[in-house]
Design a protein around this ligand. Structure first.
Ligand code: IVH
Length: 680
């Protein structure tokens, strides 16, 4: 026995270390994503995570389903499997005001044949997607959509990517999770994340999501979990399928219990000892609505006591013991006066509805987005139509649909422009894109949008040169293109409407301060179609300097992990354009110096986009160690020479690979340089 355990010590140690790493990482993820109260620095979390990845790479047989490394796993699916819910997922009846809530209580009294006071729990009603999560012996095993209530779609791999969903239930002292637990709650996207997601999509020239709910739905419906993983999905728990056999007798206790198991419970849940308090809470929540970081469309009212819930039971589609108190819809009807067509930075033509001004939720709405041409056609709008318009949270107003009953026959069709409304260039629609574009690179509208992007938050972030200022400078003829920004002087600005000496000085100082951007920031600021911030970072890491990037052809771009055909073509189009080349050299002569990327960043994924090839022996670490470190940092190791290789590491007595590498013009680095790259 002694012999055996000695032999196993190594593996057991690893197993133990892995288990404690997972436990620690899961606990910290819980503090960060669920409690919003981190107690560990990001860098320290990253270090633990890297250690986990490295150990799991060496011992793949020890990887477990609840490892934080397994959040993004599983191959893309051809379609989702259907899973039945063991207990149907019901929906709720609606109440629209206090009176309806009083009536709700009256119905309860009648049904119970008693007027004993009833205690309620009120919960914000999130506007997202209902899902069910099954935990077996504490492990998350199956997650599904609501579907028709009886069966939903198996979206387990997508749900695993959501950091607020525990892969394994916590087991705080005194709590052993039941053998099977079916948890229900709402998946959603917060308002700030939604804005950021849409801004990134705009940068990449992709169609925008109409609202956070659609964005969440679209993200959950991805067949490839890697795409879902890039979406900022979040989750609040609100119940379980079956309350029997749980150590709780009320909804309020249940939510606390679920919180202790590691779920995120909405902090605005309230216990109300009477329907009058429920009605007060309804008013309070409505007032809080606009300051919340996510969209809610009402408040769910539930009878607190499970024994009472049990007696009340359910009707065909909804339980008798709960009701959704809906906020007055932020919708109104008005007339569609005209449709204007705007031109975006990438030339995308966006239809905008011009409306007879109407009050929605305390704001006068005059214009609303129609998203894109396909949406416009799908809605079948006509000029002069009565239309339903809505505002959700602080999202831009949108036209929902025409009110067909109000048609008089006088309505006129909306005519799609065939030429750019700003420059008159014939418009094009490429392939299956939902977007019609103006292909004129000199289109003045695109130029202004491009300048706004360059100086804006997703670009160089030059303070004082926001949208209004840029529009003003263009209309005053002070700037036409990017280099002009770097020629602006205090005296020119100080004389303009709304500017003073101080603001002019500040703006010029901010411009000066932006003369040495990182390559990633500069590339993102250029606003190349399909190239958002992430791609800009990949490019910067790969090429490390602007001159190197300028030498690349389409094949070079295509060889980079994460760059597809559309991006490669767009990059070539952009950088081969003589006006772009001329603009870049003007920037250089105006003193703009794009910094070289310094390799060796000690961050997770610091080497992503890099592919290493070794030739000859390494003196200070084994190939095995070197490879593990590269993978930890998000890089790849090639086995043979190819154009995909970004760094050939030169060891002692290199082989024929070196000659081949030189022939292909690949970057060759010494062992010392390699060690610096990997942060040793
Ligand atoms: S309870 C039987 N609680 O509203 C109980 N639902 O029509 C049914 N929802 O599909 C659900 N927040 O997606 C409940 N705190 C909450 C909720 C909530 C949002 C959604 C849920 C459901 C719909 C009810």
């Amino acid at each position: 026995m002694a012999q055996l355990s000695l032999l196993n010590t190594g593996k057991d140690d690893v197993r133990q270390r892995l288990q404690s790493l997972r436990q620690e990482l899961n606990l910290h993820a819980h503090r960060y994503y669920v409690l919003d109260d981190p107690i560990l620095a990001d860098a320290e979390y990253d270090r633990l995570f890297q250690e986990l990845l490295a150990l799991e790479q060496q011992h793949p047989e020890l990887i477990t389903a609840d490892s934080p490394s397994q959040r993004v796993g599983g191959a893309p699916l051809a379609q989702f499997r259907t899973v039945p819910h063991t207990i149907p997922m019901l929906s709720l009846e609606n109440a629209f005001d206090g009176d309806a809530l009083v009536e709700f209580e009256e119905r309860l009294f009648r049904f119970l044949q008693s007027r004993e006071p009833i205690t309620y729990v009120t919960e914000p009603k999130l506007d997202g997607l209902a899902v069910e999560l099954v935990y077996e012996d504490g492990l998350f095993t199956i997650g599904s959509t609501r579907g028709d209530g009886v069966a939903g779609e198996d979206i387990t791999n997508n749900l695993k990517t959501i950091p607020a969903i525990p892969l394994r239930l916590l087991t705080p002292e005194g709590i052993a999770p039941p053998p099977r637990l079916e948890v229900r709650g709402e998946v959603f996207i917060g308002l700030a994340d939604f804005k950021k997601l849409n801004a990134e999509r705009a940068t990449a020239g992709e169609p925008l999501f109409a609202n956070p709910r659609n964005a969440a739905a679209g993200s959950l419906r991805q067949l490839d979990p890697r795409i879902t993983a890039t979406r900022p999905l979040d989750f609040f728990v609100y119940g379980v399928s079956d309350t029997t056999a749980l150590p709780c007798t009320t909804q309020h206790e249940l939510l606390q219990y679920l919180g202790r198991l590691g779920f995120k419970v909405n902090p605005l849940v309230r216990l109300c000892p009477s329907i009058a308090e429920v009605i007060t809470q309804f008013t309070v929540l409505q007032a809080q609505r606009t300051s919340l970081t996510y969209d809610i469309d009402g408040m769910v009212v539930k009878v607190n006591d499970f024994a009472l819930q049990e007696r009340l039971g359910a009707k065909a589609r909804s339980p008798r013991w709960a009701i959704a108190a809906k906020f007055p819809a932020s919708q109104a009807t008005t007339r569609l006066l005209a449709v204007e067509f705007g031109v975006g930075r990438t030339g995308a033509i966006t239809p905008v509805a011009v409306l007879e001004p109407v009050q929605i939720g305390g704001v006068t709405v005059r214009r609303a987005t129609l998203h894109n041409e396909d949406e416009l056609r799908r809605k079948g709008l006509m000029l002069g139509d009565t239309v339903l318009v809505q505002r959700a949270g602080d999202v831009i107003p949108e036209v929902v649909k025409p009110v067909l009953e109000n048609r008089t026959g006088q309505e006129q069709p909306v005519l799609m422009p065939s030429r750019c409304p700003e420059c008159g260039f014939p418009l094009v629609r490429i392939g299956q894109e939902a977007i019609t574009r103006c292909p004129n690179p000199n289109c003045p509208a695109q130029r202004v949008r491009g300048l706004i992007h360059f100086t804006g938050k997703g670009g160089m972030d030059i303070e004082g040169l926001g949208k209004k200022a840029v529009e003003q400078l263009v209309s005053q003829g002070l700037i036409q293109d990017i280099p002009d920004i770097y020629r602006l002087e205090v005296a020119q600005l100080a004389g303009l409407d709304g500017w003073g000496d101080k603001s002019a000085e500040n703006a010029v100082r901010a411009i000066q301060g932006s003369r040495t951007p990182t390559l990633a920031k500069f590339l993102a600021a250029l606003g190349i179609r399909h190239v958002g911030e992430v791609t800009a970072q990949v490019l910067a890491r790969h090429f490390a300097s602007l001159p190197r990037l300028l030498l690349a052809d389409e094949a070079d771009f295509l060889h980079i992990e994460g760059i597809g055909e559309q991006m490669a073509a767009s990059l070539v189009d952009y950088f081969q354009d003589p006006t772009v080349r001329e603009m870049l050299s003007r920037l250089e002569s105006l003193g703009v110096r794009v910094q070289e990327e310094k390799p060796g960043a000690e961050t997770r994924g610091g080497l992503s986009g890099c592919v290493f090839l070794f030739t000859g022996g390494l003196a200070r670490l084994s190939r095995h160690e070197a490879k593990a470190r590269i993978k930890e940092l998000g890089g790849q190791v090639a086995s043979g020479i190819s154009r995909k290789v970004t760094h050939v590491v030169l060891g002692e007595s290199p082989g024929s690979k070196l000659t081949q590498a030189r022939e292909l013009g690949l970057t060759v680095i010494t062992e010392d340089e390699f060690l610096r790259l990997i942060g040793r």
